[in-house]
Design a protein around this ligand. Structure first.
Ligand SMILES: CC(=O)[C@@H](O)[C@H](O)COP(=O)(O)O
Ligand SMILES: NCC(=O)COP(=O)(O)O
Length: 257
């Protein structure tokens, strides 16, 4: 299948790291739902979360609050990532998001670092994929960029694959950059050829994103969290310091001499 060159790649903002910061106090700031709202108002097409079993960042309550926000936001996509053999399926059953991304992480995994393997994972994934689809939830499988794996992902019932992009990102600006672009383009084409849609994510950032979008065919969606939230902090420092300085100036001006 030859994808259209004008396909608009959707941006789904992963708000895990907003929750991580929020969880260091009992004040509810920064608000995860407010962050999601601002991202959608700014033009993001969706929100991604990865509620890990230890609730180190996204908590169960966040899942339900984001569900309430997104169901009233026309056109916005809610994508919940996780391991369907752990805590993911209960969230899927209760919220029926637009997309479930199955990720083969262990319970205490530092961060995602590999995709599913076929044929080993086929038997346990197939019924869970079928259940999601019966609930009206699109299923994407987190996969390493291996063309030979794509037919098996399709046979298990997946609608899309999410290409795990950390190896691409790690090679950005290095000698391996061009080779990585070719690897991902080939994997995406193999997925398209068997009728899968293409998502991608992990360590995508403002340096490496444009080349990835330009070179990987049929890229329907990227989910970006860590770098985007870090950039949001940095791009906001100056305005924020000015706002706090204005509060101090106001207080000084109100002092009784
Ligand atoms: C599935 C994936 O690629 C991850 O990037 C994940 O959603 C990030 O999880 P953490 O925010 O816990 O590192
Ligand atoms: N699926 C990847 C994702 O949601 C965000 O990954 P990262 O940008 O936080 O590495």
């Amino acid at each position: 299948m030859k994808p259209s060159a004008s396909l608009r790649t959707a941006l789904s903002v992963n708000v895990n790291k907003v929750a991580l910061l929020r969880n260091t106090r009992h004040l509810g700031i920064p608000s995860v739902t407010r962050a999601a709202e601002i991202c959608l108002q700014a033009g993001a097409q969706g929100i991604t979360i990865h509620p890990r079993p230890d609730e180190r960042h996204i908590r169960a309550q966040d899942v339900f609050e984001l569900h309430d926000l997104l169901k009233n936001w026309p056109g916005a996509e809610f994508n919940i990532e996780g391991n369907p053999t752990q805590n993911l399926m209960e969230f899927i059953r209760r919220t029926r998001p637009h997309q479930a991304t199955f990720v083969p992480d262990s319970e205490d995994q530092f961060t995602s670092d590999h995709g599913w393997s076929f044929p080993q994972d086929a038997e346990r994934l197939a019924p869970l994929i079928a259940e999601c689809k019966a609930l009206g939830v699109r299923v994407s499988l987190f996969m390493d960029p291996v063309p030979e794996q794509m037919a098996a992902a399709k046979a298990a019932g997946a609608d899309r694959v999410e290409l795990y992009t950390e190896p691409f990102a790690a090679n950005w600006g290095q000698a391996g950059q061009e080779l990585q672009l070719q690897v991902y383009a080939k994997a995406a084409q193999a997925a398209l050829d068997v009728g899968l849609g293409i998502n991608a994510g992990h360590d995508l950032n403002r340096d490496n994103l444009a080349a990835f979008v330009a070179r990987v065919p049929g890229l329907a969606e990227v989910s970006i969290g860590h770098a985007l939230i870090a950039d949001a902090l940095e791009l906001g420092y100056a305005e924020t310091v000015k706002a706090y300085q204005a509060c101090i100036d106001d207080g000084v001006a109100r002092r009784k001499s």
